[in-house]
Design a protein around this ligand. Structure first.
Ligand SMILES: Cc1ncc(COP(=O)(O)O)c(C=O)c1O
Length: 391
C-alpha cells in the first residue's frame, strides 16, 4: 500500500515541536546576570571578554584570541589586519554571503571557487583562479565539515597567500588532532543565534602571530594602540571599528564553553553516527556528510546528499515533503554567493558542482537540545519520503 505523505494530506511523522536551539545551562542564566548586577557591562570595565579570549584560545589550541561582535566582524578585522585591503581573495561560492561581504568590506574583490563533493572549497581548482592580484584564500568549513586544509595551506604557502579559515559553522572540527581555526593564518568564529556556541551575536578571531592579534584587537577597539595599564589615553593608530563584545555575551560564552566537550559536541557527533547508520546505504541517498579519522566533522548541520537519479522528483520536492512531515530545519543550503544581489557583480560564471550540490542537499538538524528520539523521528520522516518518491 502506498503511504500518504503529509504533503499530500497524510498523517505527519512528527506532531510535537522540537526543542529549540540554543538551550542554555542553568549556570549560564546566573552568569549572564552578573554584569547587570555590577554594572560592568562593557568589554573594558569587565573582565569576562578577556577571560573568554583566554579560554577559547586554550580550547582551540591557538596562542591568541580576540573576541568581537560577530563572525562577520571577525572576518572583516582579520582581512584588514593581514593587509588584505585590495587585490583578490579566493573563497567558495557555496557559503553564507557574509564570508564574501567581509572581503568586500575590507576593500578586496571576492573570486568564487567551486565546491568539492564534500561541499567545501575544492583545492584542485584554486590554482586556476590565481592571478598576480590574488592575496588570500578564505576556506569555509561548511556545516561543520572540515575543508581539505592541507592542500589549501600548501597552495597558500607556495604562492605567498594568506589563508583565513571561516569557522563560523565549525567550532570543534579537527584535522589530524588540530582544531579548525589553527590550520591557516587566522581562524574566525561566530557566536550568533544558531551556532555551536550561541551568545546572541558575537565572534572570535584566533591566530598564533602576536602582531596579527594586536592588530585585530586594535581594529576592534577604534584602532587604539593596545597597551598594558597606562594612565595616558591610548592613541588611535589605525582607522579601526568598534567591534567589541559586551560582558553579557562573554559571560554566556564562557559558561557554555565549559560544556562544549562534555555535552554539545559529543551529542552532535553521536547523532551524526545514528544518521550515518540510517542513511549511508539507503536508496535515494548519494552520500552522508564527509567525516574521517583525520578530518573530524563538528556537525553544525547534517547535509544529506540525495541521489536524484533514483528519485522521481527533485530535491525541492523532497525538502518540502520532509518539512511537511513536521521536521524542522530541513531547508536548502543558501544560494551561491554570486547569486546574491549584493555580490552579483563579482560573479565570473557559475560554479556547477556547488549548484548541483545545493539542488540535491537536504539539511537535517542535530541540535544538542534534541533527544535521540527526535533524531529517530527525522530518520523515519526522511525514509518515508524517499520510499514514496523512489523510482
Ligand atoms: C559560514 C559563515 N560565515 C560567516 C558568518 C557570519 O557570522 P555572523 O552571523 O556572526 O556575523 C556566518 C553566519 O551565519 C556563516 O554561516
Amino acid at each position: 500500500m502506498r503511504e500518504e505523505l503529509a504533503l499530500f494530506g497524510g498523517e505527519k511523522t512528527a506532531c510535537d515541536p522540537f526543542p529549540p536551539w540554543p538551550q542554555f545551562a542553568q549556570k549560564t542564566f546566573n552568569e549572564a546576570l552578573e554584569p547587570l548586577r555590577t554594572g560592568r557591562v562593557g568589554y573594558w570595565p569587565g573582565g569576562r571578554g578577556r577571560e573568554l579570549e583566554k579560554c577559547w584560545a586554550a580550547w582551540v589550541g591557538a596562542r591568541h584570541a580576540v573576541c568581537c561582535s560577530s563572525g562577520t566582524a571577525a572576518l572583516h578585522v582579520s582581512l584588514v589586519a593581514l593587509g588584505i585591503t585590495e587585490g583578490e581573495v579566493i573563497l567558495p561560492s557555496h557559503t553564507f554571503a557574509s564570508t564574501a561581504l567581509a572581503v568586500v568590506h575590507a576593500g578586496a574583490e571576492p573570486v568564487f571557487c567551486d565546491a568539492a563533493d564534500d561541499g567545501t572549497l575544492d583545492p584542485r581548482l584554486i590554482e586556476s583562479l590565481l592571478t598576480p592580484r590574488t592575496r588570500a584564500i578564505v576556506a569555509v568549513h561548511l556545516f561543520g565539515t572540515v575543508c581539505a586544509m592541507e592542500r589549501i595551506v600548501e597552495i597558500g604557502r607556495r604562492r605567498a597567500l594568506r589563508v583565513i579559515e571561516d569557522c563560523a559553522q565549525c567550532a570543534g572540527g579537527e584535522l589530524k588532532g588540530k582544531k579548525a581555526g589553527t590550520l591557516g593564518d587566522v581562524g574566525c568564529f561566530s557566536f550568533s543565534q544558531g551556532k555551536h556556541v550561541s551568545v546572541g551575536e558575537g565572534g572570535m578571531i584566533v591566530c598564533d602571530d602576536e602582531e596579527t592579534a594586536m592588530a585585530c584587537r586594535s581594529l576592534c577597539d577604534y584602532g587604539r594602540e593596545q597597551r598594558d595599564a597606562d594612565t595616558t589615553a591610548p592613541a588611535h593608530v589605525r582607522a579601526g571599528f568598534n567591534y567589541r563584545m559586551t560582558e553579557v555575551q562573554a559571560a554566556i560564552g564562557l559558561s557554555e564553553l565549559e560544556r562544549i566537550d562534555t555535552w554539545n559536541l559529543p551529542r552532535r557527533r553521536g547523532y551524526a553516527k545514528i544518521y550515518d547508520h540510517a542513511f549511508s546505504q539507503l536508496t535515494g541517498v548519494k552520500s552522508v556528510p564527509f567525516n574521517s579519522a583525520e578530518r573530524q566533522n563538528a556537525y553544525w548541520k547534517y547535509p544529506l546528499q540525495l541521489d536524484l537519479a533514483r528519485l522521481a522528483c527533485d530535491g525541492q520536492e523532497v525538502r518540502k515533503a520532509v518539512a511537511a512531515e513536521g521536521i524542522p530545519e530541513c531547508g536548502m543550503p543558501m544560494p551561491e554567493a554570486y547569486e546574491e544581489p549584493a555580490l552579483r557583480k563579482w560573479g565570473r560564471g557559475r560554479c556547477p558542482n556547488a549548484e548541483a550540490l545545493r539542488a540535491r542537499t537536504v539539511l537535517l538538524g542535530l541540535s544538542p537540545s534534541w533527544e535521540k528520539s527526535h533524531i529517530e523521528t527525522c530518520i523515519t520522516a526522511v525514509k518515508k519520503v524517499l520510499r514514496v518518491f523512489r523510482r
